[in-house]
Design a protein around this ligand. Sequence first.
Ligand code: UD1
Length: 371
Amino acid sequence: MMLKPIKAFLIAGARPNFMKIAPIFRASLRYPEVVCKIVHTGQHYDQEMSQVFFDDLDIPQPAFNLESGSGSHALQTAKIMIAFENICEQEKPDIVIVVGDVNSTLACSVVAKKMWITVAHVEAGLRSFDLTMPEEINRLVTDSITDYFYVTEESGLENLLREGKPRERIHCVGHVMIDNLIYQKYLLEKGDVDVKTFSSYSLKAENGVYAFLTLHRPSNVDSKKKFFEIADALNTIAEKRPIFFPVHPRTRKRANEFGVEFSDRIFLLPPLNFKESLYLWKDAEVVLTDSGGLQEETTALGIPCVTLRENTERPVTVEIGTNILAGTNKENIIKAYCESIEKAKTASVPPLWDGKTSERIWKVIKECFEL
Ligand code: UD1
């Protein structure tokens, strides 16, 4: 039994990270052997891209904010690394837990490992095999130096084994994103949240059947041709169904720059907090998305999902879940939209996506540190 609790740093930087660290942090409070501190790298910084999640997801303010901000990949990654190295020098954490595949994930794992600090990667092993995605590079680099791999689906285990990672360091624990989803859905359903305060409340009430859309991948919105083609497909779908679309800052910027026009049946919303987003998509006829997390969350709740990408690092959502990989060609998107409701009828939820993943993660850490 160690006398002093171990100090764990939990890293979050960009929007999808906040949903993943929230359940891990809450679960840590049940273990007196661990002191868990949230480090926010500041990769996302706008009120609606960052602060709202701390208010919304039941997590305390970060213990440290590195305030890295936007910039090129090199600049952003470098700023995070420099600031994180300082914090590690001062605080000397025993373990750094990184989640997902954003620039903050790569930056903090590399810094920690070079300082001989144990690195745990939550959502390890996912591969799109597409090196044009910055996230794929982040996944590969992070996993090349990770000590403990926490895997969400079978493909993650297979990929890591193929890359020569020792089996005993790979832990199939399920998905923290689903822990958060189950918890937040429970709060919504038990009436803890006054949905009438949501800006989209009347929009939802007035449009019985609707689709929900997210779109922000550089490969989709930074290419004018691709963005126009996707918008064309969406405008066609909107003739049948109104579409609710919270717009990411990158997407808004590009849409203005390129002059992309959306049908007036596509309702453009600001970025939403987790609860309001869930409030909309959980009752959508179909979710259209290029996000990673939503492919999984829709599978967990059995909601039809059309993914506007050529590949996915989350194949289980296609193999057994509700997800259809549509690509970005207009005809294929419309075809996938038409087929998605039927597909969802026979879908199932992957093993261990049960809301208990964070507990499993801490159990492994306790065992590894012999606590
Ligand atoms: C990042 C992640 C991506 C994740 C996405 C979720 C990487 C490489 N990419 O992409 O995997 O799916 O977050 O949102 O880490 N901006 C703001 N306010 C903010 C943050 C960003 O206006 O709070 C604008 C800036 O103009 C910035 C642009 O959005 O340049 C892109 O932000 P960035 O963090 O570089 O990448 P994302 O596209 O958000």
